[in-house]
Design a protein around this ligand. Sequence first.
Ligand code: SAH
Length: 261
Amino acid sequence: MPSHAESSQGSLAIVGLGPGKRDYMTARALKAIASANYVLGHHTYLEPLEPLLKGKTVISSSMGKEVDRAQQAIDLAKTHAVAIVSGGDAGVYGMASIVLEVLEHSGIEIEIEVIPGVTAANAAASRVGSPLSGDFAVISLSDLLTPLEIIEKRLDAIFSIGIPVVLYNPKSRGRPHNFALAVEHARKHLGEGTPIAIVKNALREDEVTIITTLKEIETHEPAIDMHTTVIIGGSESRIWRMGNNVKGIITPRGYHRKYVY
Ligand code: SAH
């Protein structure tokens, strides 16, 4: 009997790892990694997984190498059990689309599974109350793969309808000004009292949360970096307090329109 690694029946799992700590990975993600012979991913995601990777061939790479990584994963998956990992959810600004695109282009047919993970929007929201209780939008401020003018068009459209907006990739060394641009668009449509949550390293060590308003946002801008998700409340969002303490943001789902409580 050939071992799974030698059998000609390969498989590819595209695994969302969640925001950071092991507790927030799904059981399915853990299982896919446990049964893989090859694990590929960005080195910052692979390092925390190290205890789970004993006896496996680990191929770590750096950012900007996603297409090569996808090609390599598909190649290996013809004959091996392969897991390619991505932070958060692999389908949200992650590896899933590029792997599927390269696979589609190659014409190769293999067993494939996309395993969902807790995305930064959900991780960040969970640390600051319930800011995303109803409809909300997600926008990435990274213009590496999307032209800035398209991002600005989307920001303008989304802020104009008053739903909460989650900003991924709010700032990095390569694009320090995109966040200020987003704030400019927000101010065109939202009041200065609009609550904002800044969540850095959600559900990881070194987590930082800040609750502020559109009026005060510039004061907190230095705290925003590439490990941060920013939630800009919608027209119905409000600051949530317990006693004198600001705890987070509540965006009512609308129960108050039907019930008394
Ligand atoms: N696939 C990932 C997103 C990758 S884009 C997901 O589903 O979460 C990278 C951006 O995600 C970062 O710039 C940051 O805005 C956000 N992010 C990812 N993990 C985060 C975390 N633990 N805390 C806060 N923001 C996070």
